[in-house]
Design a protein. Sequence first.
Lengths: 493, 493
Amino acid sequence: MAKTKAFKPKARRPRGFEDRAADVLRAERALVAAASGVYERWGFEPLETPAFEYADALGKFLPDEERPNEGVFALQDDDEQWMALRYDLTAPLARFAAENFQNLAKPFRRYQFGEVWRNEKPGPGRFRQFVQCDADSVGAGGPAADAEMIALAAEVMGAAGLTEGDFLIRVNDRRLLDGVLEQLGDAAAEKRLRVLRAIDKLDRLGLEGVEQLLGAGRKDESGDFTEGAGLDAGQAAKVLSFVEIQSLAAEQADPTRFTLDRLTATLGETSSGKAAVGDLEAIVDMLDALGKSPSWTLDTTVVRGLGYYTGPVFEAELLASATYEDGSPMRFGSVGGGGRYDDLVARFTGQAVPATGFSFGVSRFAAALSALGRLDAAEPDPLVVVVAAEKDRMADYFRLAAELRAAGLRAESFVGGGNMGKQLKYADRRGAAFAVIVGSEEREAGTVAVKDLALGKRLAEKMTDRSEWEERPQQFTVPRDGLVAAILERLQG
Amino acid sequence: MAKTKAFKPKARRPRGFEDRAADVLRAERALVAAASGVYERWGFEPLETPAFEYADALGKFLPDEERPNEGVFALQDDDEQWMALRYDLTAPLARFAAENFQNLAKPFRRYQFGEVWRNEKPGPGRFRQFVQCDADSVGAGGPAADAEMIALAAEVMGAAGLTEGDFLIRVNDRRLLDGVLEQLGDAAAEKRLRVLRAIDKLDRLGLEGVEQLLGAGRKDESGDFTEGAGLDAGQAAKVLSFVEIQSLAAEQADPTRFTLDRLTATLGETSSGKAAVGDLEAIVDMLDALGKSPSWTLDTTVVRGLGYYTGPVFEAELLASATYEDGSPMRFGSVGGGGRYDDLVARFTGQAVPATGFSFGVSRFAAALSALGRLDAAEPDPLVVVVAAEKDRMADYFRLAAELRAAGLRAESFVGGGNMGKQLKYADRRGAAFAVIVGSEEREAGTVAVKDLALGKRLAEKMTDRSEWEERPQQFTVPRDGLVAAILERLQG
């Protein structure tokens, strides 16, 4: 083709987008299947909304978003309306619920998994497209719906192969901080978002960094200055003492009771704080009934980055650890989270519609589970490659492969080019258990030669007691009709 | 929140994008699972490329595409490079294969399913986002790889519940038309794409319409004029006589043999035609070996819309028919297709890398299978709704639902608001089989009341012999500890 010579594009991906190959996909699919199974069992229904939404329908709830359409991939449709790729699965659900409100059985409980896109600066392990898996209840205002989300998330983590002590779902309520801000007076309440973001950086910056961000601001090591929330020293101390309830609670015999009592004592007089503590008491009661208390904890340091949360917020953290080959520890951290967002549907309808949900980051969670060896991603069945020994006999090889597949094996007849050596190398690289060869000699004798590649590999790696296998040849010949039985027998032996 | 009042976006989707609910998703997922199972069994590996590619890497192969970036959703990255959402899964595969060529075991055989996006005018049943499911071989030049694609597609259709006579995979070769154009001289060869598009409209416009498009052009009923390929009457007649081989073959005892002989007779002297007929002979030989001849046919009218095909092309057509409620026939037509595209990887590498593949339109195919009642999309297990009779006893209801789930049922405790009547209505709308009620009376007696909603529905619809069920009450009371056993027994009875 002439144009091949005229213009040659470079084969490369846009920055921050990845290709995912078999191993990664098998792990992600096993996780999504496990999560979907749990959601279905709890009576949630599947839903898929499209990748695009109108930009105004998505709203602006991403962390650190300043300019219009910042953080999202947006473009104008031919009628000049701005569309954007979804940055999560929650904002589209709010649009769906508002659009179909009259026709939904409420609470509308749905699960969804799929790609989301964020137009952020990519970095190591930080992609601009990733998969989320969410469950949400729309139209349920009480703490029961929140408790259900926490229990559901814990069950998903169990279905993914994690056991007690491997993970913790940290529970907080945004209204507690509103209670603190109430005590500080109205001017501080307006600084809510900055205060939230400051607390959200506790892990990274420590108490001192958070204190700076609550006050005048903070200059980082590179000299960049981040403006603070502008609280005075006394106000900042009150916020910090709320945050520090977590570390005090950790030292108590009953951290949950300690936290609830301390919250009641310090915030029970504020309207926001009182409502939050009441809901947390109810949530604790319901979770205790399920006997799953080791899987969750109250934690006043939890914030969640998205701007739309209005009540309880949750964060799922992996505690189990793995090590890199050099022995250094592999940190996993948060693999999901969620919370209550009672105003998101109201953006459209004007009427309050309570809602709560939980979202897992599938790629990150699956990668962690693979590293921990905890996810049971089924290994594919053994592969048999039928070598194309005589190129004009492909029809025979097709038939052989079909017979092997009919017996439940994975099988292919080699459809590429190259001699026997190249084909055997291909079978090896594909991880095939057997190569099947019918050359002119075998054809005339009515036989088939079989190479046991898996055995060959074991012998080469000396991973097996050689004497145990020495009576089993790596290559053997069987009658054409006995091929399937011979291979099945080898696999069992 | 103040901003709720300040701005109220309308809850609506961008045109041409759909929300897919439980029924549709269960059908699509069953189809994707069936297809993936077949691909895995044939030794294909999963791969997922990202939604975005650089626009130049995707190339311009969509039908009727004239302006830059037409037909795709494109935007500029912050480094000013144009990115576009993939319009199919083949162009990204070519990019992937070129980018990773040295590290792949060849032929590289992968399957992929996922969304694709086309920036076209939406219409009824015509969406701008849809799901495709593809299998491709990269690095396999011979007809064996094409034959494999056809056999694979037929097996997928079988796995989707279709049987002999329900479908047909139509096979053609683009080089045959090149052979015809060779006979017409070089000037005509340059008109290749227009000629292809003219033939592609045979179904819709008939022979006369195609003849006009091969010649000066055609004015449609609305008065719009489509420019033709500019062939003279004699040239157009030669193209048409090639296309018409299909209808002649259909009347023969052995249409395949007739077609191959006729093609040899008319095009065997041209270099393109000769190569095509040779490959088709080999493909026929291999498919015959699999004993699946009723599932495919040679068909000189098949074109395929995409511009990148270079050799054999395939089209999967549903023949099985269903009827609308008014008795009028439901037409399904093409649900997938593919072909050989030997120049697509070479766009990047400059070196020829042969490739062939097959793509199913999942949404369209699954919808057709649902209408035909052919796809076995597993019905979800029976749902039990635990009514929230006493709002301060939610912990008990949580425990009840957990016990029911542990017994293998789908179960939820109602987490929304509203009285018993509203909750029972909810259970009914959700299609629940049972509602479980523990009010103060039952609680004190240590019992549980169960409403058999499925039985109630059968009685209400008079779909059952009333006498058969009359000894079974619609509502019954069991001891708290006997709930799970009682429900399981009802489900078996």
